[in-house]
Design a protein around this ligand. Structure first.
Ligand code: 5GP
Ligand code: MG
Ligand code: MG
Length: 190
């Protein structure tokens, strides 16, 4: 109702303006995504999940555990120059993969696709390393992403063009620990 504060119970009173995707809805969708990705792989060629740090780390742990087939896990960290709330597409690798992906079927695991510029760069970068396949699973997608020429095979939720936090997504490194996705109150960043 009117007075309900979704952040309060997690120690962020007065900071969120709304709950967007409750924890239960996230988990149900992640189960669907995990089964869909698993159906496209075989035990002989298990997917190598590439979690894009830091935002996707909460998602990938639930996702991997929901998959009915084995997977392997790698991490990559990239940064896209820009403001705190939007990206420029100029990307730099902060932490590269620890191993070769030649011949592997990789699945890039992303938290959110906004402009799609970061993902577009990442797909091109990984493609130069000779994987057998590159697919993308993104938990969230904003409308702008459709303008970018990246095929995102698996998408959890299409959301409006608003700044969201929680479930791995931060604002100035805060809110990643929330078990749901919510809207950050405008007074927190304007
Ligand atoms: P893109 O390159 O697609 O514009 O954005 C990529 C990155 O920007 C995402 O992986 C995420 O880290 C950040 N980002 C984009 N939209 C949001 C948002 O609504 N909330 C948060 N917390 N981060 C976002
Ligand atoms: Mg990301
Ligand atoms: Mg961030």
């Amino acid at each position: 109702g009117e007075g309900w504060d979704p952040g309060a119970v997690h120690g962020y009173p007065g900071e969120l303006s709304a709950m967007l995707i409750p924890a239960q809805a996230l988990q149900a969708k992640i189960g669907e995504l995990a089964r869909a990705v698993a159906a496209d792989h075989t035990l002989e060629s298990p997917p190598l999940l590439i979690c894009v740090l830091k935002g996707a780390v909460i998602f990938v742990t639930d996702f991997a555990r929901a998959m009915p087939i084995p997977s392997e896990l790698e991490f990559m960290a990239v940064t896209s120059y820009g403001s705190a709330t939007s990206s420029s597409g100029v990307v730099r690798i902060l932490k590269d993969l620890d191993r070769d992906i030649t011949g592997r079927r990789v699945v890039i695991v992303e938290d959110i696709i906004d402009s799609g510029l970061t993902l577009s760069w990442l797909v091109k970068n990984l493609a130069t390393r000779g994987p057998a396949a590159i697919d993308v699973v993104a938990l969230l997608r904003k409308p702008e992403a459709v303008k970018v020429d990246v095929d995102v095979r698996y998408v959890g939720f299409d959301i409006p063009t608003e700044f969201v936090v929680g479930y791995g997504l931060d604002y100035a490194e805060r809110y990643r620990d929330l078990p749901f996705v919510g809207l950050l109150g405008e007074h927190m960043y304007r």
